[in-house]
Design a binder for this molecule. Structure first.
Ligand code: SF4
Length: 445
């Protein structure tokens, strides 16, 4: 490369907060920056400008985002804010009037516009070659695949629809193109994310498209089947228990997509679910879970719940505990309710005192841990195929089909033999605790 071409490359710092969906937004902006010849600075001090991709989902996330903006301003001084919190301009400007610009979520072009204004785009077509799969923030062997934006529901505790708008699905050929590029670039696991994965394509009226000569409809079942044909693990997040989800479970039983469903049930008391305005709240979820497990006994079910929602009584909470006991969910997260500015639930009467909510949270997590411990203990002696995430002096850390990265457990293999991140290993499970498994390579066990 000539001296001239090595002339100073403008550098952009990037702070990515929030959920996997926000991570996908960050990856798109980073890909665009790299495509235009900007370098990404690993430090605030080395950057010409810093982009902060924020989260505004709950009050704690708002605080974290405002703190991150403050830190970037202190250490760099030139800051662009994007992401969910960007939809609340006044809240940002009140604390940080000196930011250069603010955009809402998915506003890639707007972010780039502000960047261009303050740090002109370099003009060297040779300077940067972006890999065809884009720039990713996750390890090379797994990637999040965002299939839609926004949400048509109006859960009373949530402000995402007012931040991100109604459901807008990506055309199925575009999603498949991206997924194919990722797999060709070495991705072994695709994590399908959106606000409501089971609603995919409803806004497109399930439009039929041709992809690689194959007719595909923009709907959940076709997408899951087609993704399952790419040769990578496919994990489905944020699915709601609608009847049509039943159709995808046979694909899991066949091994085409991972036998894993991440379904945010949030509660089990019909009264609370109604107050929460949850999608599919009238479904008999226990019957549905029973049916799925009949079709696919190895299914792992993950979910999240909220306890201490306004007016939740002891009886509502006991209904939830009984439901959890009956549902025997594999992986469970639980939050105590916290109001989000602008959410409809803030107007509900009868807040639950903080100590009562905390006690319910502890009881719920205790029950969930007991179920998880028993379920994982039952895996001892079984054989599983795992995907290696890291390899170090203490062995390998891998994940089974039942473990999503970052939110679920892991499988530790003390003596895995030669392997590297992204390898699949066949192992025998030798031990278990409340959340994680230990294993030996299958042949050596
Ligand atoms: S389904 Fe409910 S909680 Fe999820 S994004 Fe939509 S409105 Fe929010």
């Amino acid at each position: 490369m000539s001296r001239q071409r090595k002339a100073r490359v403008p550098r952009i710092g990037f702070v990515s907060l929030g959920c996997p969906k926000a991570l996908v937004d960050s990856e798109r902006i980073l890909t665009q920056l790299r495509a235009e010849g900007y370098a990404v600075s690993p430090t605030y001090e080395g950057a010409d400008l810093v982009v902060v991709n924020t989260c505004g989902f709950i009050d704690a996330a708002v605080e974290e985002s405002l703190g991150a903006i403050g830190e970037a301003l202190d250490r760099n001084g030139r800051v662009v804010v994007t992401g969910c919190l960007g939809a609340r301009r006044e809240a940002i400007l009140e604390r940080h009037p000196k930011v250069l610009g603010i955009t809402g979520p998915q506003a890639y072009q707007e972010v780039m516009g502000i960047v261009h204004e303050h740090v002109p785009k370099p003009h060297d077509p040779f300077m940067d070659l972006v890999p065809p799969q884009g720039v990713r923030l996750t390890p090379r062997h797994y990637a999040y695949l965002k299939i839609s934006e926004g949400c048509n529901h109006r859960c009373s505790f949530c402000i995402i629809p007012s931040l991100r708008g109604d459901l807008v699905s990506r055309p199925i050929a575009e999603v498949m193109d991206e997924a194919g590029r990722l797999v060709r670039a070495g991705v072994k696991e695709l994590l399908v994310v959106s606000q409501d994965t089971s609603a995919y394509g409803a806004d497109l009226r399930y439009r039929l498209e041709l992809w690689n000569g194959q007719p595909l409809k923009a709907r959940f079942l076709d997408l899951a089947r087609a993704l399952g044909g790419l040769g990578a693990w496919v994990r489905l997040h944020y699915v709601y228990p609608y009847p049509h989800v039943d159709e995808v479970v046979p694909l899991m039983a066949e091994g085409r997509v991972l036998p894993y469903l991440d379904i945010p049930f949030q509660h089990a008391s019909p009264r609370i679910l109604k107050l929460m305005r949850r999608p599919a709240h009238a479904e008999d979820t226990l019957a549905r879970i029973r049916r799925w497990r009949e079709i696919c006994p190895q299914l792992t079910l993950r979910s999240t719940f909220i306890v201490g929602f306004p007016s939740e009584t002891d009886a509502d909470f006991e209904t939830l505990l009984d439901w959890l006991e009956a549902a025997q969910l594999d992986r469970v997260g639980c939050f105590t309710y916290s109001p989000v500015a602008g959410a409809a639930a803030n107007d509900l009467p009868d807040p639950v005192p903080a100590d009562v909510a905390a006690e319910r949270h502890a009881r719920f997590m205790e029950a969930a841990a007991r179920i998880s411990t028993a379920k994982l203990a039952a895996k001892i002696g079984t054989h599983l195929r795992v995907l290696v995430d890291t390899v170090g002096p203490d062995g390998a850390v891998a994940r089974s089909p039942g473990d999503a990265p970052e939110i679920d457990g892991v499988v530790r293999i003390a003596r895995p033999g030669p392997c590297q991140p992204g390898d699949f290993l066949d192992v025998t499970i030798t031990g278990a605790d409340a959340y994680d498994l230990t294993a030996s390579p299958a042949a050596a066990a």
